[in-house]
Design a binder for this molecule. Sequence first.
Ligand SMILES: Cc1cc2nc3c(=O)[nH]c(=O)nc-3n(C[C@H](O)[C@H](O)[C@H](O)COP(=O)(O)OP(=O)(O)OC[C@H]3O[C@@H](n4cnc5c(N)ncnc54)[C@H](O)[C@@H]3O)c2cc1C
Ligand code: SF4
Length: 507
Amino acid sequence: MTEHYDIIIIGSGAGGGTIAHALSESPAKILILERGDFIPQEDENWNPEAVWKHLRYQTSERWVDDRGTEFRPYTHYCVGGNTKFWGSVLYRLRREDFGELEHMEGVSPAWPIDYETLAPYYERAERLYHVRGNVGEDPTEPPHGPYPYGPVAHSDGMSEIVEELRRQGLHPSALPLGLLRPGDPGGCILCNTCNSFACKVHAKSEADVCAIRPAVQRPNVTLWTNACARRLFTDASGRRVAGVEVERNGRIDRVEAPLVVVSCGAINSAALLLRSADDAHPRGLANSSGLVGRRYMAHLATMMQGFHPLRPNHTVFQKTVAINDFYLRGPSTDYPLGQIQSQGRTHGVMAQTVVPWIPVWAYDAWVSRGVDWLVMSEDLPSPDNQVTIDGKGRIQLVYRPNNTRAHRKLVALTRRMLRRLGFWLVVKHSHGARNTTHQCGTLCFGTDPRTSVLDPFCRSHDIENLFVVDASFFPSSAAVNPGLTIAAQALRVADHIKETELRWTGD
Ligand SMILES: Cc1cc2nc3c(=O)[nH]c(=O)nc-3n(C[C@H](O)[C@H](O)[C@H](O)COP(=O)(O)OP(=O)(O)OC[C@H]3O[C@@H](n4cnc5c(N)ncnc54)[C@H](O)[C@@H]3O)c2cc1C
Ligand code: SF4
């Protein structure tokens, strides 16, 4: 029997979880489809071996690259999606990111909305995800009222580094972080297994804890876990989605609703629309522009570590410092370079994944004397960087990094900065084209249906009752972490849906 709802939301991560939370306050009958399950609270949550060696929580699915070579993507299918494993660095885009920006190797296109349009939703998203930060330190910060909570204090070791960076003429600022009640009983214990781990005590601000669990308390919201949307199907007109074909408990079911919100993550949402091709939409659903799956971006990211053999690093929670001095221009260039953040502590087992023959005790000795950083630059939307479905039905990800000169410059600047901090050696590592953590851009939003897939409220130009609220809508990747922007836009879309689609509810 086909079940009927008012709204179906596919995916429960940053976009899906947030919009489910916002729409749950309306009387609409909502079904959330999530292909994964809840992550159990268990010791393995914080066990580097379980997470990094045995890949306990990572999908076992295989995708293929541009050469057709299979790989196991670094992505997580579970309630809360990738937010369960994020570092919870929750940034607003810079005001300049919303306009057109000239980069070293091309142009980062303008968004169809400006910073001021999203600012009130950023504020709401910061409240929902308990963001802690400090206004007034960051030279690139857009207009911003006080954060809901004050910043997480730097450790003694990081405070010394911050002072030294100031002496270098830089402007280090507090990283905005989503953490629940740090230091309070039952709250965040500021441990060294946050980024890439699930929080065993549920004190990380992520979509499962902050959005989905409160939403499903309401009688109008139903969550199906282990329920994978295989395809969307349209009505006879071909202009409306009629429902979703779902694989669940080994069966294929159909569910129907007058409104469907897709939020499977930028790669899987594009894949879902492509897999929904039918006679009326042979190139895939919502694809009159031919852009579904194209313009994939993921940031250029390099992990760097400053090492000093005689200086043990006693910091436990290290992820508190940002350096945005080179975000919009570098010391010897007028082009944007990107952002530098301190990172969570590297564990020996994590480092061993890079060169497996070196014993873990050697890595442990090494990382106990290292301070970790993430260097991140914007990549530019290229139609050739693309998600497609191959002949065997697998996701194919074609990605050739661009704007790499700017990134190399930022890596060189960071190396110099770390050497000036007194580190003897600076090492770096990048996952390159396989790094999908900040995936975005595959269904970009805009005003022109010929050059965008979604309108500025993330509604499909082609299919009037279809919205997409995950990272797909980004026209450019900017160079800060994407999560808060996804959540803010999901809240904006929820308001729009309430105003335009749910008026009949009296909401
Ligand atoms: C280790 C790690 C650290 C990160 N750190 C940060 C950080 O500090 N700050 C930040 O801003 N960002 C960070 N990110 C990125 C951030 O997690 C993502 O940008 C964000 O989660 C994307 O939100 P989304 O809604 O697009 O997709 P997701 O959060 O990935 O959610 C997609 C959901 O859809 C489900 N799904 C997929 N396909 C289907 C289907 N066919 N049917 C049903 N369900 C489906 C998935 O299971 C998943 O739950 C990090 C990511 C990782 C992996
Ligand atoms: S306790 Fe705090 S630092 Fe540790 S995983 Fe949870 S949220 Fe992150």
